[in-house]
Design a protein around this ligand. Structure first.
Ligand code: ADP
Length: 589
């Protein structure tokens, strides 16, 4: 979709506001062209000596009233029009936000947060300006131009009008040249602004690393360079924009000189009155606005086009995962992975031929060296990515038969790095079930062995975390994330709703004792609820999976060993060696 199509569509939907604004503008234009004519008549009457105090007061009152009405109409059209333009900004931002929420990890790896934020702010503003100011300045300018030229040519003298308008085609040519530069200038300016935004966002998010590595001077210098480039690009765009004004001034001065020369001669020849010449010169002065408007509109359109060229691809980016499934409820049953194979874009296989059958209510342990594909396996279950080959079935149905929303409630995923929002601890836990009571929240916090830690915070469960609150340790964050995942579960009455728990090394930052306690709690809770929970526990520490009914050892994306803890020890492979090593390590603590 081009910018023109976007704005045409928007104007079509909001035509009432635009028509109303246009009518008010028409009123302004008519009154504006009437004014000089009236002034000319008053001057001629004064020269002829036919003015009485009564007619003078009457005429002055009329002029004043016209001025007032012009003021009101001008305020009116601005309110109509800019309200509509803000609506377009709102619509674009909503679309952008929705599109972003549909994107998967692949998209966010390619696009930087700072850049996306710049698009949602600066670029939307530029498009908004095109739908508002540019539209109306264009309409108003054209209308004023037509009326003023008509008054000059038909109302006063067409020969003088022809001569006075001679310099205008040259101005149009100058505008065309300037607008090319303005477009390029704005495109560069918006790009540089994005780069500066990216830099700020990354430095602020990574401020601890920047400080720890003593990178402040370099980050500062980088920022200065980027801010300087953004300012220079902006200045460059503005400099080209400012070239419109002298072009208008020069054109009008030339036109005025021509008018006075030729008009003066016409007055001498008695083909024109002084009043008519005065009115004509005033009309000429009124051409300032259409001339400015033309420059302004061109510049706004170029700015809007440059911004739209940056917004459109993001708005059109297809969602990462097709949400075409029709099943809105996940059928309880086994989770079956059948020769699951996956490669990240441009990479080698991260998973190859992984087959596992996980009966409901059982636990699968997934272990293996770093980079073996353990997290990738969980991403595929959550449909963050589509498998390259093979399939995943849940309750006898392929994953893509389910609606994404249904599928994702079927899993309670605890990622390695849990994100905490700037909210209270209780709110952060209740994220997975907004209506949860305090008792529910405390219950899951106890299971996740974080309850006692929370009570030690100044405001307990109401302690804010994030930017203006306490900072949680890595282990506390992990346990909070587990509590959050547990809250998403159903209850004893709806055991089928108990989601499959996916722990992605979610206990790596807690000590072994707490880990054992949490895992025991998890089993106990599930038994008490009368439901059986299916779990997949990814862990680099084998102690987390000893009780799992099945354990798979992934190496280079392939299942190299499988069995229960005892079976794997007997196999005497990677698992057995790793187990002995970790036991030794633990005993040395
Ligand atoms: P593990 O969880 O076992 O440490 P991962 O599943 O994170 O391993 O990674 C498996 C392989 O896939 C690694 O080689 C890793 O470099 C690669 N990988 C992980 N995430 C991505 C990604 N987003 N893009 C490209 N390659 C990735």
């Amino acid at each position: 979709m081009s910018l023109l199509q976007l704005i045409r569509g928007f104007v079509g939907r909001n035509w009432r506001a635009y028509v109303l604004a246009a009518l008010m503008l028409l009123g302004v234009a008519l009154l504006t062209v009437w004014l000089p004519r009236k002034v000319g008549q008053v001057i001629d009457a004064l020269a002829a000596g036919t003015v009485t105090p009564a007619t003078l007061v009457h005429d002055m009152a009329l002029l004043l009233a016209a001025g007032l009405v012009i003021y009101l109409l001008r305020a009116g059209w601005r309110l109509q029009l800019f309200a509509a333009a803000y609506r377009l900004g709102f619509e674009l931002r909503t679309q952008l936000y929705e599109r972003l929420t549909l994107q998967g990890p692949r998209f966010f790896q390619r696009k930087k947060t700072g850049d996306l934020m710049a698009r949602a702010t600066n670029d939307v503003d530029a498009v908004e300006l095109t739908a508002g100011e540019a539209f109306l300045a264009g309409f108003d300018g054209t209308m004023t131009l037509v009326l003023v030229v008509a008054m000059m040519a038909l109302g006063i003298d067409w020969r003088l009008a022809l001569i006075a308008l001679l310099p205008f085609p040259l101005m149009a040519l100058a505008f065309w040249v300037i607008s090319r530069h303005v477009h390029d200038g704005w495109r560069r300016s918006l790009d540089r602004f994005s780069e500066m935004n990216e830099h700020v966002q990354e430095t602020v998010s990574g401020v601890r690393t920047v400080r720890a590595l003593g990178l402040e001077p370099r980050a500062g210098a980088d920022f200065s360079a980027k801010a300087g480039a953004a300012a220079a690009a902006n200045f460059d765009a503005q400099r080209w924009e400012s070239a419109y004004e002298p072009a208008v001034g020069l054109t009008l001065t030339t036109a005025t000189v021509l008018t006075l020369g030729v008009g003066g001669w016409l007055v001498q020849q008695r083909q024109m009155t002084v009043g008519e010449l005065t009115a004509f010169t005033m009309y000429l002065g009124q051409l300032i606005w259409p001339a400015f408007a033309a420059g302004w509109v061109m510049s706004l359109i170029e700015r809007g086009k440059a911004a739209w060229a940056r917004l459109d691809p993001v708005l059109r980016e297809p969602p990462a995962i097709d949400d075409r499934g029709t099943r809105t409820r996940v059928v309880p049953g086994a989770l079956v992975l059948e020769r699951l194979t996956f490669a990240y874009a441009g990479g080698a296989n991260a998973l190859t031929d992984v087959s596992v059958t996980l009966p409901p209510g059982t636990t699968l342990g997934v272990v293996g060296p770093t980079g073996a594909g353990k997290s990738t396996l969980l991403h595929l279950l959550l449909r963050h990515y589509e498998p390259t080959a093979g399939s995943v079935m849940l309750g006898g149905h392929a994953m893509d038969e389910y609606r994404l929303a249904a599928l994702r409630t079927a899993f309670a995923w605890v990622p390695q790095e849990a994100f905490l929002f700037s909210a209270s601890i209780a709110e952060n836990i209740a994220l997975s079930r907004p209506g949860a009571t305090r008792a529910d929240i405390e219950r899951v916090a106890q299971v996740a062995a974080i309850h006692d830690d929370i009570l030690r915070f100044p405001l307990g469960y109401d302690t804010p975390v994030g930017e203006r609150g306490v900072t949680l340790s890595g282990g506390q964050r992990q346990r909070l994330a587990i509590a959050r995942a547990l809250l998403a579960q159903g209850d004893a009455a709806h055991p089928a709703d108990v989601p499959i728990l996916l722990l992605d090394d979610a206990l790596s930052a807690v000590d072994t004792g707490t880990e054992t306690q949490i895992l025991a709690h998890l089993r106990g809770v599930v038994q008490r609820a009368g439901a059986s929970r299916t779990s997949i526990i990814v862990s680099h520490r084998l102690s987390a999976v000893v009780d799992a009914q099945q354990i798979i050892v992934l190496q280079d994306g392939r299942v190299n060993e499988r069995g229960s803890h005892e079976e794997l020890l007997r196999l005497n492979g990677w698992y057995a060696a790793q187990w002995r090593y970790q036991q030794l390590e633990e005993s040395l603590r």
